[in-house]
Design a protein around this ligand. Sequence first.
Ligand code: SME
Length: 159
Amino acid sequence: MYDFKIQAADNAAMYRDLKSALQGLVADESDAIANMANAAALIWETLPDLNWAGFYRNVGGELVLGPFQGRPACIRIPFGQGVCGAAAATLEVQRVDDVHAFPGHIACDAASASEIVVPIVRDGELIAVLDIDSPKTARFTADDEAGCRKLAEILAEIL
Ligand code: SME
């Protein structure tokens, strides 16, 4: 059994612990689905105030639902559509304080209020996006973005 319950004193310590836990979980495994599944579970268990955490994979230039935690979600998202599609099309992190104000936002769960989507890129190619949603407006800060970018870097090496 893995016991990765992280109880950190502050946000920086939490992301540091999250990063080492993720490195530990993926270190000896090469299967991308297994690694995405454990990464989604680890993020879901660790970050407060989430209603969805998971992955959309780049399958032939379209985003296809990957391992996640939360409610069942839309399965295919074209590049350029919604928050995930914007991250895929631009390869830029999308940190959205109010998803209802984001043009073309795809509401998989009406409870979602804010969202961060981090592209996972290796050698200039999009592998997947990490998508994290919250029922709280402006849940994700610049510190969260920095922490999530680090997680995406770890995943870029092994997915
Ligand atoms: N809201 C996302 C769709 C994915 S779900 O949140 C899981 C978007 O607009 O890209």
